[in-house]
Design a protein around this ligand. Sequence first.
Ligand code: GLU
Length: 281
Amino acid sequence: MKLRKVTAAAAAALVLSITATACGGDGDKDNEGTGSGGGDKIKIGIKYDQPGLGLKEPDGSFSGFDVDVATYVAKELGYEPNEIEWVETKSADRENALSRGDVKFIVATYSITDERKQKVDFAGPYLLAHQDLLVKKDSDITEATDLNGKKLCSVTGSTSAQNVKNDFAPKAQLRTYSTYSECIAGLQSGSVDALTTDDSILAGYAAQDEYKGKFKLAGLKLSNENYGIGVKKGDTETLNKINDALEKMVADKSWEKAVNENFGPAGYKHEPAPKIGNIVK
Ligand code: GLU
């Protein structure tokens, strides 16, 4: 009896796998990334609170350069915009979200680093940004050395927080929150003296109506942040398709259009489109 049950289950599994294989041409739309077995949606990790990059709007829609890149890539993988399910992946959650299979890929200001490459794979890079400081308009912080003894905010699990400790401001009083919007609130209330992360992100905050004229970027290029698209370690099939999509996005000028639309309003001067595999150290 028991044996019969196992055999039936095995047969069912075989039928399923044959069906999946038979759908070859539609292979992108398998269950991977949905985690539910539903099959017709793709789950993509983004940030929800970074204007110009990944932002959940009050009406529930999503905007930003990362969102546009993700939407373009998804289309190349065979998914229309209405077949995308956005998932918030905060800085410290990204590696785990990929390893667990919560999302198929992540486009979330995610810098390619050797440490992260131990756990996930990266397509790209698709943008080069630089770490900078955001301070109040009247602040006298202009250099990284001015941060010694000052309260500096950044985010847990980010390269920004890591670089502060390892590199340019080991004597700053580092406060780490789970999102940059919490840091912005701290900067506004005066509970922190400066916020550090990528200039692309900081420019987006500084240009928000509610903050206009209140903050300034220091304009320091404290690091090179090569944004990659994270995929589960070993998922070379998806990785290669994403790299092809990124190359196409640059070639057909959609990349340029997306940077201008998303960074233009913040006056962010972006670097030229990186070549796939070309990491600026
Ligand atoms: N690009 C940096 C990083 O991946 C900072 C931005 C972020 O936390 O997403 O850590």
